[in-house]
Design a protein around this ligand. Structure first.
Ligand code: GLC
Length: 430
């Protein structure tokens, strides 16, 4: 494997230099105004400001004021990446508020209830201010993006101990038997709550009601509570998944963490993170890969969960594939209209899966976060045409339907939460 595949993308210049029409913040418009990058950037900045809140000295951004009025872990990492394009200092605040709720064991909770509201009123079993589970570890990547903008070494120094403890927690507690893959104990830890990757483990058929899925996940939270959220010794009996995107995101983030460590003269730590990254890559290839496709696994015997979702493209983000493997993956699956390609790519579930449902949250709709992850992966391998198509699709979705949580990949219809922040990631498709 070429060492070149292990460098964090450090290009920064905003490159959205085309013109397009734009629909203002979820309001239909027939006017064909030409959109410049500055127009999009302004719309994004306006949305981020509107969703920004303060609690004491903590600043955070709600993904959607009506539907998601709290602070989420990977959302705030996306927010920091978005802020890096127009207000890096605000991005740093987003990171600091996340870190302020770090657990003693190093874990970062996936949800912080700064102000309790009427939605998602779940008792996670340990106080009422945060959840007890985590989310994909995107924080080192977000911090590195901020650093690329302003070279603020003092900020890196000030938060490095927190980052160190979080990634050390993941490497130790989520891989108790040292097989070099990290486990998640709840579908929500993947960030893709009702993805069909988790159906069988939840005892659900490919087609079922959203409420049924929610109930199963709520039951799992009860098991989490009974197990005191002890992943290796207890939760392994209920839900212990080595998820492809979670591990791929870890790989790319360990690269960023190593860069951060080097910047502040922690060479020993950097070498440790590099080694850990290589070990995870090796384990992913050994335990997840079959005929060029990476599958999430469950249980102690690493049984592969062969449900074809966008997760098969996550290794591109982490530069885990050889160029020839990546090329085959993109041509055979990504650009395939029978699988993931559609009028408004990318479907998050392959259309030939029984569970594919174009309007149901993580069961088929296009998400801008996934488009961003895949865009970055395509750029890593120099597949610039395909990357450009994903960028154009993301813009077309926002133009047609505004800043929505997810979109029907066949029609472009906006679905789920309104005023949803993740559309801002188009700014980072540079
Ligand atoms: C949904 C998404 C999750 C996200 C949260 C807040 O639960 O599935 O990934 O973090 O909303 O936006």
């Amino acid at each position: 494997m070429s060492a070149a595949y292990f460098t964090c993308n450090d290009r920064y210049v905003i490159g959205l230099n085309y013109l397009t029409n734009f629909m203002d913040n979820n309001r239909a418009s027939t006017a064909t105004t030409q959109l410049k990058l500055t127009d999009i950037a302004e719309e994004v900045a306006k949305l981020m400001r509107a969703n920004s809140r303060q609690y004491g000295k903590n600043l955070y951004t709600m993904p959607s004021p009506e539907t998601y009025p709290y602070q989420w872990l990977w959302d705030s990492c996306f927010h920091a990446i978005i802020y890096s394009h127009f207000d890096p200092n605000r991005g740093k605040e987003e990171i600091l508020s996340l870190l302020s709720k770090q657990f003693h064991n190093g874990m970062l909770p996936h949800l912080i209830y700064w102000r309790r509201g009427p939605v998602i009123d779940i008792d996670w079993g340990q106080g009422r201010r945060t959840s007890n589970i985590t989310q994909p570890p995107m924080i080192a990547y977000a911090v590195w993006r901020l650093f690329q903008k302003d070279q603020d070494v003092e900020f890196l120094k000030s938060i490095y101990p927190n980052l160190f403890h979080y990634y050390k927690y993941l490497l130790n507690e989520r891989d108790p038997h040292q097989r070099n893959l990290l486990g998640i104990i709840n579908p929500d830890e993947s960030g893709e709550d009702n993805s069909p990757r988790f159906d069988t483990l939840l005892g659900l058929p490919p087609i079922h009601q959203f409420e049924e899925n929610l109930r199963k996940r709520a039951d799992l939270v009860q098991e989490n509570i009974k197990c005191k959220f002890d992943a290796p010794f207890c939760m392994k009996n209920f839900f212990w998944v080595k998820d492809v995107p979670f591990n791929a995101i870890m790989v790319e983030n360990l690269q960023c963490l190593s860069y951060i460590a080097q910047k502040i003269d922690r060479e020993y730590d950097a070498a440790y993170f590099d080694r850990s990254r290589e070990e995870i890559v090796k384990a992913m290839r050994e335990l997840m890969c079959e005929d060029g496709l990476f599958w999430s696994t469950h249980g102690g015997n690493y049984q592969r969960i062969k449900v074809k979702t966008w997760a098969i493209f996550a290794p591109l983000f982490a530069r885990i594939l050889e160029k020839a493997e990546a090329e085959k993956l993109v041509n055979k699956h990504l650009l395939n209209e029978k699988e993931f390609w559609d009028a408004y790519p990318l479907s998050t579930v392959s259309k030939d899966e029984a569970s594919f449902s174009p309007a149901e949250m993580w069961r088929g709709p296009a998400w801008i976060s996934v488009n961003w992850l895949v865009y970055k992966g395509l750029v890593n391998y120099g597949f610039n045409d395909a990357a450009e198509k994903i960028k154009q699709s993301s813009l077309a979705l926002i133009k047609k339907s505004g800043f929505r949580e997810y979109y029907n990949p066949k029609t472009g219809e906006g679905l789920g939460a309104n005023h949803f922040t993740w559309g801002g990631l188009v700014l980072d498709m540079d």
